[in-house]
Design a protein around this ligand. Structure first.
Ligand code: ADP
Length: 214
């Protein structure tokens, strides 16, 4: 390739990348602990071919691998507290950077604080893209508690097994995470979804919302 061809190729590649980033479908899947974010993420990945980033799953993989990040995260997760923003934001950004060719992302369990939401916006803007919308699974609190108790029988998750930790997660959600919805409401990106019903029914509601507003 001569230098002129090389430059033309570079410009074309940059143009294509910019176009792809502008048209990405980036979804924040939101909801309290036990709302069904993980389950529904799988349905969305299959249907829309998105990359799935679950901060909870990434922390659990690090705990399993006994990394420094895993050790740090475990000390918070076992109590039902949030892992500090600085650590979580940096980890999330590095995971996004690893998936250069993604058509879009499902952010599952992130952002969980207003600071995380602001950081995600700035980060995506720097990459020439943005959140398309937040899909928020709405489930009454007594049903969340039942689901988590039930999940504890099979999940093997320490934070599901202890009622006090479950209560703390719900309290932390109400105090620190629920306000994040306002951040996306202000941008007209909030879509509430009824999270009560069968897995298939809820998936259909999510698909219908995406197909209607995308
Ligand atoms: P759930 O939605 O059932 O609470 P997750 O798997 O999303 O489960 O998260 C499990 C735990 O991981 C949280 O209670 C928290 O300690 C930690 N965690 C996950 N995502 C974040 C985040 N964005 N910021 C801080 N901590 C997080």
């Amino acid at each position: 390739m001569n230098p002129k061809q090389w430059w033309l190729f570079r410009i074309f590649a940059l143009f294509r990348k910019e176009k792809r980033q502008k048209h990405m479908l980036n979804i924040v899947l939101f909801g309290p602990p036990g709302a069904g974010k993980g389950t529904q993420s799988e349905n969305l990945i299959t249907k829309y071919g998105l990359a799935h980033l679950s901060t909870g799953d990434i922390f659990r993989a690090n705990i399993k691998g006994e990394t420094d990040l895993g050790k740090l995260a475990k000390s918070y997760m076992d109590k039902g507290e949030l892992v500090p923003d600085s650590v979580t934001i940096q980890m999330l950004e590095s995971e996004v950077n690893k998936r250069e060719d993604a058509k879009g992302f499902i952010f599952d369990g992130f952002p969980r604080t207003s600071a995380q939401a602001a950081a995600l916006d700035a980060f995506l803007t720097s990459r020439g893209t943005s959140i398309t919308y937040m899909l928020a699974l709405e489930v009454p609190e007594d049903q969340l508690r039942d689901r988590l108790k039930h999940r504890a029988e099979t999940s093997g998750r320490a934070d599901d097994a202890n009622p006090e930790v479950i209560q703390n997660r719900i309290d932390v959600y109400n105090r620190e995470t629920a306000p994040v919805a306002g951040f996306y409401r202000d941008q007209d990106k909030y879509q509430g979804i009824n999270g009560v019903g069968s897995i298939e029914e809820i998936a259909e509601r999510l698909f219908a919302t995406i197909d209607q507003v995308a």
